[in-house]
Design a protein around this ligand. Sequence first.
Ligand code: GDP
Ligand code: GDP
Length: 452
Amino acid sequence: MPLPVVAIIGRPNVGKSTVVNRLAGVQEAIVYDEPGVTRDRTYKRAFWSDREFLVVDTGGLVFDDDTEFLPLIREQAMAALAEASAAIFVVDGQTGPTGGDHEIAEWLRQQPVPVLLAVNKCESVEQGVIQAADFWELGLGEPHPVSGIHGNGTGDLLDELMAYLPPTDQLDETEEIKVAIAGRPNVGKSSLLNAFVGENRAIVSPISGTTRDAIDMVVERDGQTYRIIDTAGIRKKKNVEYGPEFFGINRAFKAIARADVVLFVIDAIDGVTEQDQKLAGRIADEGRACVLVVNKWDAIEKDSQTIYDYERDITNRLHFIEWAEIIFISAQTGQRVEKILDLVNVAAEQHRRRVTTSVINEVLEEAVSWHTPPTTRGGRQGKIYYGTQVSTQPPSIALFVNDPTLFNDGYRRYIERQFRQALGFKGTPVRLFWRGKKVRDAERSVNRATKV
Ligand code: GDP
Ligand code: GDP
């Protein structure tokens, strides 16, 4: 799994969702479906320092009540904790420790996950220290006074949390490359799959995917293994009745979400359609790497210009994935089919790529000196302090700036282009996060000042 998970645990109404939104920051407070994590919980992306992680709210955890939903909620919290690198136990500083808090604390003490204790609703810093002190009795170490609503105290909490996240190099994926073959009906997906199977005789075995009818297949070439996702959703068997939903778009979306690299097949005869644009948008949204496979190239009459005209037209119409490499093939004749995996290798490598902070800042310095950030009418100018890569798959770069609102879309796109020009990233989307340093720094320095 690419990002570490932090579970938020506590009784109902102590302010868990408020704390989650505070940790995730206003800008990144989006529900995020991260491939590889369970779908029935809400994950939000959060940053602190140079780390990125997912925060998961577990719903109210209660032990001493007996309504029918409680076992379910408890199960959810346990499942969330099982995949978490750390937990934040939120309690209510205004009510003080309750019996429920004690029960949860006792349970948490038995878990193998490090726990930070956040005493919420401590808006007043002096009062907060006193309110928090009551929670030493839970036996979970130092209680941290915070206010989810006002934000105070969260900086210190996050500083401590960083120590519990696994080192970044442990998070990189295994060597296997997960490949999804996606595209509209009749573009030639199953023909392509067959061509692969024919070509790469070293099929290891079909293995079951996440759901019962999603069969993955493992192919090996030159010591590299590729897991082709949900081949059952691609392959048509004769004499078997499949409903339209079996090959439907939701099935394709699921395969895309699980993939490292999407082989996005389009039909050279039809060209780019609206459905193709929808799929391209999804691939970009999911942050998957992509190779654009233009199939049925054998059926096209061509001259020396045709391929360039196609390339230009496809890039224009699929601008969400303009970074993807395009290959023209024929699944039927086998033309260039063997080259596809070379492009998959490149895309997968770029998708997992990690660039050092010094290189990122060289690019930024160069970019800013050619083209300084915009200045508002009031004379305020955007300043980029520094950038650093916070995660891979896809490469995601946080830019720490004085105030994100000072950077308009035009300038953001310019910086993005500069990164691509300097660093390539062929075949993978790249994400940039514009982060204001102002608010949290002010919050923290206030905090520090009042603590002394
Ligand atoms: P959850 O059920 O634990 O997720 O709690 P919520 O986040 O929904 O908050 C429960 C109630 O506590 C709401 O009325 C919030 O406005 C309030 N609340 C949350 N955080 C704070 C805080 O930092 N200070 C105060 N005074 N109230 C808060
Ligand atoms: P899927 O629905 O995307 O899996 O598409 P299929 O693999 O079933 O192919 C749909 C139709 O396109 C079939 O009639 C194939 O014979 C035809 N087809 C597939 N690949 C090619 C190709 O490379 N060239 C030509 N001319 N036809 C192809």
